[in-house]
Design a protein around this ligand. Structure first.
Ligand SMILES: *Cc1c(COP(=O)(O)O)cnc(C)c1O
Length: 396
């Protein structure tokens, strides 16, 4: 296995801030600023509408899809980009439901709210006796039964960071004729993923977390090659049409995963993402995963030694944990605000979870040690026990 070296020099990391929230919003790649400026001035500014061809804006969703595809082990040409992750969850789930007469959507209580809401909305719109069955993450394997239409899971639980065994659950689903939709929001860029190898049907994910594409960067969708020419996109937009500029009256799906495109791609956002993806060139994902495990192990050991009041909410076994660590405490919200004020940025999720993300592209052991020392000080001196830290902001 290749060794892993951090690429922190390629990121702008704010002075005086230890950033452990790259799992929610990746930091700014230094090259992104110049790339976006070039897109604004040389492309949009000078080319105006000809930029769609001359600057390659129209080809970017498939080109960037392939760059992301390498990180998730997808076959080339089977990932495309656009919209937000919630929309891509809708498309994948709707396409899967159209392939079966079964009625149960199986998911787990660790899934992200939007994924569950999208399923609820689809059920209300489609009727036909559909049902969302939400079980505990540990119970999913036993609930993969003959009546399940689609198993829709986020690989890494966004509160505890418990990691599903994607290969095992997908294989089990296949033996029961269950279609699979994997949300890789906290996997893509965080660990090695093997979409082609595990044989899943659909996968989706976002690019503003571990991939550092910036706030609101477009999401991605993968459709397994065996479904690429038959999957129905449901959100049938003109850019997913076989001939968008023929302006035909009726929708004809485009070639393969390109049919999952909906409307006009976000050119400026894609420029930032393209610059962010340059950082991934040559990164060995297994080596990155090993580095991530070493960081989360180090953080857990440090925090547990210094802060006995914080209870580990993540699996202790690193093989069952994503690239993040959560602790629980009833005063977690105020504690996180105090940590942020002291220079360590993580985030909080109700009711009592303090979340910290470890993104090896820019985090190393020294960074972890500095974070632990600051968190230890906040806890030891009860800096969080201040009314100023109890007031909740809109984004926690
Ligand atoms: C971050 C995240 C989302 C967010 O969806 P958007 O449409 O990009 O806001 C959805 N699902 C999961 C699992 C996530 O982690």
């Amino acid at each position: 296995m290749m060794t892993f070296e951090t690429r922190k020099d390629l990121f702008h990391l704010p002075e005086g801030m230890i950033y452990l929230d790259g799992n929610s919003l990746g930091p700014l790649p230094k090259a992104a600023a110049a790339r976006v400026m070039r897109t604004l001035q040389d492309e949009w500014g000078e080319m105006v509408i000809t930029g769609w061809n001359r600057a390659g804006w129209m080809a970017q969703p498939m080109a960037l899809g392939d760059r992301i595809g390498r990180l998730i082990g997808a076959e080339p040409g089977h990932v495309t980009l656009g919209d937000t992750l919630s929309i891509k969850v809708f498309q994948a789930l709707a396409a899967a439901l159209a392939m079966t007469d079964r009625t149960v959507i199986l998911s787990d209580s660790g899934n992200f709210p939007s994924d569950l809401y999208i399923a609820q909305g689809l059920i209300a719109a489609l009727g036909r006796g559909l049902e969302l069955r939400v079980v505990a993450p540990e119970a999913v394997a036993d609930q993969i039964t003959d009546d399940v239409a689609v198993m829709m899971l986020t690989q890494v639980d966004c509160r505890t960071w418990r990691l599903h065994d994607m290969a095992h659950l997908t294989a089990r689903a296949q033996t029961k004729g269950v279609l699979t939709v994997w949300d890789l929001a906290h996997s893509a860029g965080a660990m090695d993923v093997d979409m082609a190898g595990c044989g899943a049907d659909f996968a989706v994910g976002c690019t503003y977390k571990y991939l550092n594409g910036g706030p609101g960067a477009p999401a991605f969708i993968y459709v397994a090659p065996r479904h690429a020419q038959t999957a129905r996109p449901v959100l049938a937009g003109w850019l997913g049409h076989d001939a968008p500029f023929a302006f035909e009256q009726s929708y004809r799906p485009g070639d393969g995963v390109a049919r999952m495109r909906v409307g006009t791609p976000p050119g400026i956002q894609m420029a930032a993402l393209d610059a962010a993806m340059d950082i991934w060139d040559g990164v060995d994902m297994a080596a990155l995963r090993a580095a991530s495990v070493a960081l989360t192990e180090r953080f857990i050991a440090g925090v547990e030694a210094a802060c006995p009041d914080l209870a580990l909410a993540s699996p202790r076994d690193p093989a069952q944990r994503g690239s993040q660590v959560s602790f629980r405490h009833p005063e977690g919200y105020a504690m996180m605000q105090a940590c942020i004020a002291a220079g360590v940025v993580g985030d909080f999720r109700a009711p009592d979870i303090l979340r910290f993300g470890f993104t090896p592209l820019f985090i190393d052991a020294d960074y972890v040690d500095r974070a632990v020392a600051i968190i230890a000080g906040v806890m030891r001196d009860r800096l969080w026990d201040d009314p100023a830290f109890a007031a909740k902001a809109a984004v926690t």
